[in-house]
Write a protein that binds this ligand. Structure first.
Ligand code: ZN
Ligand code: ZN
Length: 357
């Protein structure tokens, strides 16, 4: 963790700030290790300060990286920012994407004229885009845990249980294996309901002979996983199998296209072209993928409008789908770590069409 603040400082050198005020809690966690809900970090070449309030003193003592000097505010964390800054004129970068107008005004009021406030959003997010080895290992751990949990649930069969029951047992299976929580609300969507890409589990019972989309993930050690498999509760007809194989081929083509230097738009286009060529372009309405890390949706994006270029050690999902209104949906999603030559797939479950009870 301590190397992350070093890297941030190296990036600040060419930006217009001497010290960065980090207020977004996910960014604070990334830089310091602190997981509580009240905290600020100040990072500069000679500044490593973490500020929390009295409720979190013990938690901070346990979690915050020792390279940070810890301070405790009585209530308003911003009150301690001024005294933590180096002397003389200081350009203090703040995250204009997360700091409210009110907090900005408060900060201006608390700091004297030697401090210039510089809007500098997204610096930590840019750094989070490229994962270190520890982060990739944790994401891989979350993926492995989630895979095991779904295996258990599928072995118990789906038909005869409601979508909600399946979602609940999946979440329980993840927690039993050590997940802090699901990394997002699980999707379990059978038959025509699967044609909604963001379907919420219903109290409707899954019947034999349906196609079921399951999109789930675990949060383990602060890091998220994200995976989708589409399974069948009985033999499927040729039309269904054809759509399934189309999505699988598009997903494999997408995976094949992932490598450092490739554009997010290009990878999306390669997978999308296969679905369009089969006449289902209008049935694939979402982007191909997104980064995953401390948050389940991060940069980079794989989509028609993405301007991201993939970098080694970024993570990204590849998740094409075909959604046939009134019939069914198929989505297949893997989470991968980008490498110079291609990618390392972190989600391990087979993508052969699986028939369960
Ligand atoms: Zn997903
Ligand atoms: Zn996803």
């Amino acid at each position: 963790v301590s190397a992350r603040a070093e890297r941030l400082v190296a990036r600040l050198a060419d930006a217009e700030a001497d010290v960065l005020l980090v207020s977004d809690l996910v960014n604070v966690r990334y830089l310091t290790g602190y997981t509580g809900s009240s905290g600020l970090a100040l990072v500069g070449p000679h500044t490593r300060t973490f500020i929390t309030d009295f409720r979190y003193v013990e938690q901070a003592a346990e979690e915050v990286d020792p390279s940070f000097d810890r301070r405790t505010a009585s209530q308003d964390l911003l009150e301690l920012v001024g005294e933590a800054l180096p002397s003389g004129p200081v350009r203090l970068g703040f995250d204009d994407a997360h700091v409210s107008v009110r907090a900005h005004a408060r900060l201006r009021e608390l700091l004297d004229d030697r401090v210039e406030l510089v809007p500098l959003g997204g610096r930590v997010e840019q750094q989070r885009l490229v994962k270190d080895r520890e982060e990739i290992d944790r994401i891989a751990g979350a993926c492995a845990l989630a895979d095991e949990a779904l295996e258990q649930v599928l072995s118990e069969g789906l038909a005869g249980r409601s979508e909600r029951e399946v979602a609940v047992s999946l979440e329980l299976a993840m927690r039993e294996r050590g997940a802090r929580s699901p990394s997002f609300d699980s999707i379990v969507a059978a038959g025509p309901h699967g044609a909604l890409p963001h379907a919420q589990p219903r109290d409707v019972v899954i019947t034999p002979g349906q196609v079921v989309v399951i999109d789930w993930g675990a949060e383990l050690d602060g890091y998220c996983s994200d995976c989708t498999r589409t399974v069948a509760t009985g033999t499927v007809d040729d039309h269904t199998r054809e759509i399934y194989e189309l999505v699988r081929a598009a997903q494999l083509a997408g995976l094949e296209a992932v490598r450092a230097g490739q554009g997010g738009r290009e990878v999306d286009a390669i997978a999308r072209a296969m679905i369009e060529d089969a006449g289902h372009g209008e049935h694939f309405g979402h982007g191909l993928g997104h980064g995953v890390g401390l948050e389940v949706h991060e940069a980079p994006r794989l989509s028609k409008r993405s301007e991201d270029e993939l970098q080694a050690d970024s993570t990204v999902t590849v998740e094409p789908g075909v959604y046939l209104p009134g019939e069914f949906g198929v989505r297949i999603e893997d989470l991968v770590a980008v490498t110079e030559a291609g990618c390392e797939i972190l989600t391990g479950m087979s993508k052969d069409l699986r028939v369960v009870r």
